[in-house]
Design a protein around this ligand. Structure first.
Ligand code: SF4
Length: 495
């Protein structure tokens, strides 16, 4: 049996880092972890190939080879997924589809042959049994949560790692919180389900064995869902492994802001090799946090918490949202001030949207404010419900935030603010990234020579070189990220 796994294309967004990836000669950010895991769940005797459309085109010859196509994807990949479905139909290829896109919108994919939804560990085995017995149904679903201690190591042999800027590993699923706009708990539940220490080490070893020495993203939506286990078993084991291998990876993940309350945990994460956390800050407006039930963020000085993380060696990337019912008209200015003061360089600001199945979705439906399914890109100026604030006022305010925080002046000021606070771990990584040298040269040419706002680049270049030499590579990385954000902003502005 020949199986072709297809990962549809992502559009260009703030999250794609497309314009930054050119500097390091990479084609996309991450491999399709879900599909690689599904590949490991399929019978070993089957032949498998992967086409990640973010690194290569889907060619007819590959489809001809396939007996069955496995299609994955998230909401944001909808357009490309639709095109793949059409192409498969034209060529008479049967499709098995799964992943968040198909799980959330199963009604809209009646034309897909087989929908294997929810967590594949639960639904795929039955599909395979039915296939063997020639008794396959259209849809496979589950209302249970999978036991991730049985999840196999992803089939890394299917990718060419040189196309990616980072590898990814999943440690846990589920989050103990209940934010109104979030569909993570709908997809994965409230109880964090974690892999074992042995699994984590096998996962790290598997990525290492494909020759990878660079960043690894632990993709969990909230890595610190079970702090006790992290402290007792997981982080000490990762730390020992990293020391044994001479620190081959720079680790980053997502965590709730209460990580900043736990010095021991921050310290252990940094010692284990973590250098960056993405934190959902959402809003500096307390009423908006109450409205969306972002409980870990409430009743705290959020700027102080961010600075604590930075000071302890964790760069903070922040997620922010505008469009809450409780947002005052001053929210736009307030948010800009917050972002600048916090030194969060990578500040992802989005318009509030209601993912299918989330509590917000249900509320908007009940209040007659729901308009459509969300696009999956919360930075494309679209909303899928009617906001309380006048829509044009909201969108203009939103645009003003982006134009402000990603203007060269504000952006470079923020980078400096961050580099002044950041206290990077004193761990020596065991490799020199040749593509980082290439990136430096390209940044000099593109940002230092060709860019009309090159003065900002050179000021940061020399400032970091002479006053923060240890952070010089990071400063250059930020100049490249800034280039990407500006290009994306221009793209959105052009409509
Ligand atoms: S803390 Fe993050 S992952 Fe958890 S429910 Fe809130 S938004 Fe979702």
């Amino acid at each position: 049996m020949n199986i072709l796994l297809i990962n549809p294309k992502f559009p260009d967004t703030f999250w794609s880092f497309k314009h930054a990836l050119k500097f390091v000669s990479k084609r996309t950010t991450f491999p399709p972890l879900g599909l690689l895991t599904v590949a490991s769940l399929l019978p070993h005797s089957w032949n498998k190939r992967l086409v990640d459309m973010n690194v290569q085109d889907l060619r007819e010859i590959e489809l001809k080879w396939a007996d069955l196509v496995f299609l994955g994807g998230m909401s944001i990949q909808l357009k490309s997924a639709r095109a793949v479905i059409e192409q498969c139909k034209t060529m008479g290829k049967k499709i098995v589809a799964g992943g968040p896109l198909f799980t959330a919108f199963s009604d809209e994919f009646e034309d897909v042959d087989y929908l294997v939804l929810n967590e594949a560990e639960l639904t795929l085995p039955q599909f395979l049994v039915d296939m063997k017995n020639r008794n396959v149904h259209h849809i496979y679903q589950s209302d249970q949560w999978a036991d991730v201690t049985t999840t196999p190591v992803p089939m890394w042999s299917l990718i060419n790692s040189k196309y990616y800027s980072s590898m990814n590993i999943q440690y846990s699923r589920g989050c103990p919180y209940d934010c109104e706009f979030c569909d993570i708990t709908v997809l994965y539940g409230h109880t964090p389900r974690t892999k074992t220490k042995e699994q984590m080490l096998s996962e790290l070893e598997a990525v290492y064995s494909i020759g990878w020495k660079d960043d690894v993203f632990i993709v969990d939506d909230n890595f610190i869902g079970n702090k006790a286990l992290l402290k007792k078993e997981i982080l000490p084991a990762i730390r020992q492994w990293m020391e044994r291998k001479k620190h081959p990876f720079g680790l980053n993940t997502e965590a709730s802001i209460n990580l900043s309350d736990d010095e021991e945990l921050m310290h252990m994460m940094v010692k284990a090799g973590f250098n960056t956390v993405f934190v959902g800050i959402e809003s500096p407006n307390e009423e908006s946090l109450i409205e969306c039930k972002k409980s870990p963020n409430r009743n705290r000085n959020l700027i102080e918490s961010v600075k604590k993380l930075q000071h302890n060696g964790l760069q903070v990337q922040g997620g922010f949202i505008v469009g809450f019912d409780s947002d005052p008209s001053s929210i736009f200015q307030k948010l800009v001030e917050f972002i600048q003061e916090s030194g969060i360089v990578t500040a992802m600001v989005g318009l509030l949207n209601a993912p299918t199945g989330s509590r917000l979705y249900k509320r908007m439906l009940k209040e007659g404010r729901l308009l459509k399914a969300m696009s999956g890109d919360n930075t494309d100026f679209s909303m899928n419900f009617i906001p309380k604030m006048n829509y044009d006022f909201l969108v203009n305010g939103y645009r003003s935030i982006l134009e402000n925080i990603y203007s060269s002046k504000q952006y470079y000021t923020r980078v400096k603010e961050f580099l002044r606070t950041y206290n990077p771990p004193k761990v020596r990584i065991s490799f020199v990234k040749s593509n980082h040298l290439k990136a430096l040269v390209k940044s000099v040419i593109i940002l230092g020579v060709m860019d009309k706002e090159r003065l900002h680049y050179w000021k940061l270049f020399f400032w970091s070189l002479f006053t923060r030499p240890r952070m010089f590579p990071l400063a250059i990385t930020f100049t490249i990220y800034g280039y990407h954000y500006k290009r994306i902003l221009e793209y959105y502005a052009a409509g």
